[in-house]
Design a protein around this ligand. Structure first.
Ligand code: ATP
Ligand code: AH0
Length: 397
């Protein structure tokens, strides 16, 4: 024990750390593994992404998670079993990546594991008096630490809730440290299962930094494409490109109160799922609409709700640059609808030196770096962006 605490002390005082960030998002496509060298902390943080891989999930593994994923009623034993099971699997995936990269586990200082979100329930969504914002990520950190022999930080979201946030989006911290630029207002738009963005003011004023989910990114598209096109997602937006947007259906999809809620707000596949699409199809009486048109309309919904949110958050006369990341950045139809709605170029975060597919995993590496070596950076007084260090520490021995 004493050795581990001494090691943490050394790491806290070392000029740089080698940190593996792990992200398993709402799309359940795989585990993103980002090996980063991080120097310093807070606004002085510099990061070099040394290696990156997405370890795809096997169907069996994904199906086990789907049994409980974002469901109100589940088999409690399944939840209990998955917690160590996912931790162990993620640990093994890290070891496999290290082997492929010809790197010894001893060369890694920390793992930052997001885990798997299985339910996200902000107050605005559950509306149960007396109950707080809540979110649950599983894939226990102790199992990763013991499996890999590497000190592991996990369960980052609880502290954010304890300090007054909804547990997400946490990207804001790393976004601010890594991607802020004096003199340039930036929007960092991430389109995973759920879409969110961070506003980084060119003034660098932490009081103006802003982050929120906007609603669906790919989650509705994936669910519908899986069910009716027997593919995991609409590759490149090809199905959407072959369909037409149906306005009646689009208006019905947009009538959900979530879209009118004030920022910051968060959501998940508990709300944006196949049933949500089905209900909107029934309500708008378009049951005979070609399936490509459904995909085209769902793609428009993602684009419109993203760009409407950006327009609300940024005043009309303000200039800014948008950098996109996440799997949705590979969807040409989604990207061009966003460009069209905003009438401006949308760049890729890759231009700023980090691959868009790696960004979220990288940001958890930054959070772990901050928890171990940071000095509680000031994030202003804005609601939903608490000034805190996050993550629980699991020791390997
Ligand atoms: N070539 C592609 N064409 C179209 N869509 C793609 C492509 N590649 C990935 N995607 C979409 O991106 C999704 C995965 O994105 P990503 O890994 O960023 O999500 P996530 O991290 O799981 O979600 P979240 O950020 O909400 O937690 C896929 O499920 C798919 O919908
Ligand atoms: C509860 C949860 O897992 N939320 C995710 C999800 O995926 C995208 C969006 O919804 C975002 O709010 C968050 O993840 C990113 C990494 C975040 O916290 O910034």
């Amino acid at each position: 024990m004493k050795n581990h605490i001494q090691r943490l002390h050394e790491l806290a005082n070392s000029p740089s750390r080698c940190v593996i960030g792990l992200m398993s998002g709402t799309s359940l496509d795989g585990l993103d593994v980002a090996l980063c060298k991080i120097e310093s902390s807070g606004t002085n943080t510099t990061l070099m992404l040394k290696k990156f891989a997405t370890v795809p999930y096997q169907d069996d593994f994904r199906n086990e998670i789907r049994k409980i994923f974002a469901k109100r009623e589940i088999d409690f034993q399944q939840l209990c079993l998955l917690n160590p099971y996912i931790g162990n699997e993620h640990g093994q995936m890290v070891l496999d990546c290290l082997k492929t990269w010809d790197i010894e586990p001893q060369e890694i200082d920390l793992i930052a594991s997001h885990g798997q979100t299985v339910f996200h329930s902000p107050k605005k969504q559950h509306k149960l008096p007396g109950f707080p914002n809540a979110t649950l990520q599983i894939g226990d950190g102790d199992h990763i630490a013991v499996k890999t022999g590497i000190i592991t930080l996990s369960d980052f979201r609880q502290k954010h809730i304890a300090a007054g946030g909804e547990g997400a989006p946490l990207a804001v911290y790393g976004d601010y440290f890594l991607f802020s630029k004096k003199g340039e207002n930036r929007i960092l738009l991430n389109m995973g299962g759920i879409a969110n963005f961070t506003y980084l003011p060119g003034s660098l004023d932490p009081n103006l930094v802003f982050t929120t989910d906007t609603g669906p990114g790919n989650t509705l598209l994936d669910a519908y494409t899986r069910r009716f096109f027997h593919k995991p997602y609409d590759e490149n937006g090809d199905i959407a490109a072959s369909g037409k947007v149906n306005t009646r259906f689009l208006d019905e999809l947009k009538s959900l109160p979530f879209f009118k809620q004030a920022f910051p707000k968060t959501t998940g596949p508990e709300v944006f799922n196949f049933e949500y699409t089905e209900t909107a199809i029934q309500k708008s009486k378009i049951t005979s609409l070609p399936r490509q048109d459904i995909i085209a309309t769902l793609t428009s919904l993602s684009a419109d709700t993203i760009t409407d949110s950006i327009k609300i958050a940024i005043s009309a006369n303000e200039t800014y640059t948008i950098y996109a990341s996440g799997g949705g950045a590979h969807n040409a139809v989604l990207m061009s609808a966003i460009r069209e709605n905003l009438n401006m170029e949308v760049k890729l975060i890759d231009e700023l030196g980090v691959s868009g597919d790696a960004k979220e995993a990288v940001l958890f590496a930054v959070l772990a770096n901050e928890a171990i070596a940071g000095d509680q950076s000031f994030f202003g007084e804005k609601e939903g962006v608490p000034n805190i260090s996050m993550g629980k520490i699991s020791l390997p021995g």
